[in-house]
Design a protein around this ligand. Structure first.
Ligand code: FES
Length: 106
């Protein structure tokens, strides 16, 4: 399955993502600039903040509770499209998802 990351500067990277793999893991594996993932996906850092493209927002589902709290410490503006990319797991419904990255994570 595929996911496309669009960095703040417009750099677009399309990567292969396995079923069940998080967008954060896929970004790190493929050296996508703009995702840090400091805590390794345990929802303790908010350095994997991303904006889900509107077309995929519903399929990506709602934020979970811990995610909501952690996003409060995100460095960049939190928007309705904001998610922690470590909490978005790839599935057939998300194949082709487009994700934008904030200006900074730290
Ligand atoms: Fe730390 Fe997602 S990687 S919250």
């Amino acid at each position: 399955m595929k996911a496309t990351f669009i960095a703040f500067d417009g750099t677009t990277t399309q990567v292969e993502v396995d079923e069940g793999e998080s967008l954060m893991q896929a970004a790190i594996t493929n050296d996508v600039n703009g995702i840090v993932g400091e805590c390794g996906g345990s929802m303790m850092c908010a350095t994997c903040h991303c904006y889900i493209d509107d077309a995929w927002l519903e399929a990506a589902g709602p934020r979970n509770d811990g995610e909501e709290d952690m996003l409060e410490s995100a460095t960049s503006e939190v928007r309705p499209q904001s998610r922690l990319s470590c909490q978005v797991k790839m599935s057939a419904e998300l194949d082709g998802i487009v994700v934008r990255l904030p200006e900074t994570q730290i």
